[in-house]
Design a binder for this molecule. Structure first.
Ligand code: ATP
Ligand code: MG
Length: 244
């Protein structure tokens, strides 16, 4: 039992939950390492959403709501950390949800799908096609999902696949605490924030847009570099203040 009074209570509870999700076959061991990298960057950001991340979430909502065929691509960590938040975003945005995994097995797809469904997510199913220009099973996606999407929200994505999706002409929004990752630098828009903080902000912004349907789609090109620089500046400022 983790005592609630522990200063790192939330972080410890999340770690325990992720370890339990490894035992259930939803999260991989590699996923735990990816989480640790995210935690390190969140520490540097002060574990709060920066002004620029909040603005990026609002922009993401406008992009999602004005897309023709938006898809949320969910991996094991995203499902384990934010199944409820994905369900809420799907309800607010009407986006399709596809399970797409770096360490892909049919069994993991089945388990993650069942877990998301038990949290109210409507998950796309079907026979995957080898349509992403990548080697091995990372090329697989659903025709009705990622393959025909014009915009994909893919939190915690691998840099290679992010690049491949962009090369297919898709807009890619990612959520990634590391503003230096290849994913962050390749995506159309990167929200440098923690997944469970960012998703509800996108959902709330989608709800606001639904109440004001005359809102215009954002102008292109999206200035991703602005959001990355703002995140790096926020980290730099915290580091400088820590040395005072
Ligand atoms: P890349 O190939 O993009 O350079 P990477 O090797 O740094 O990626 P990946 O394993 O592809 O990392 O993806 C994990 C990414 O997700 C990391 O950049 C990490 O900072 C981020 N991350 C992990 N947990 C969270 C979280 N809860 N919220 C937001 N981002 C997270
Ligand atoms: Mg990445």
């Amino acid at each position: 039992m983790i005592p609630e009074s522990h200063p790192r209570y939330r972080s410890l509870v999340v770690r325990e939950h992720l370890v339990a999700m490894v035992c259930k076959g939803i999260v991989t061991h590699e996923g735990l390492i990816a989480h640790g990298r995210g935690e390190a960057f969140d520490y540097l950001l002060g574990e709060v959403s920066t002004e620029s991340a909040i603005a990026a979430c609002r922009l993401a909502a406008r992009m999602i709501c004005s897309a023709e065929r938006p898809v949320i691509s969910v991996n094991g960590n995203t499902a384990a950390l934010a199944a409820d938040e994905v369900a809420a975003l799907q309800a607010a945005s009407g986006a399709r949800v596809e399970v797409n995994l770096f360490h892909r097995t049919d069994e993991r797809i089945r388990k993650i799908t069942a877990y998301l469904e038990s949290h109210g997510v409507d998950v796309l199913s079907g026979v995957p096609v080898r349509n992403i220009p990548l080697a091995h099973d990372r090329a697989l996606c659903l025709k009705e999902g990622i393959f025909s999407a014009d915009l994909i929200l893919v939190p915690l994505e691998d840099g290679d696949r992010c690049e491949a999706l962009c090369a297919m002409g898709k807009e890619v929004i990612t959520i990634d605490l590391n503003p230096l990752s290849r994913t962050a630098r390749t995506a159309t828009l990167t929200i440098v924030d923690e997944l469970t903080r960012a998703l509800p902000m996108i959902t709330n912004a989608c709800r606001e847009i639904n109440e004001c349907p005359e809102m215009l789609p954002p102008t292109r090109p999206i200035n991703n570099q602005y959001y990355l620089t703002a995140a790096l500046n926020a980290i730099q400022e915290r580091l400088c203040n820590a040395m005072d």
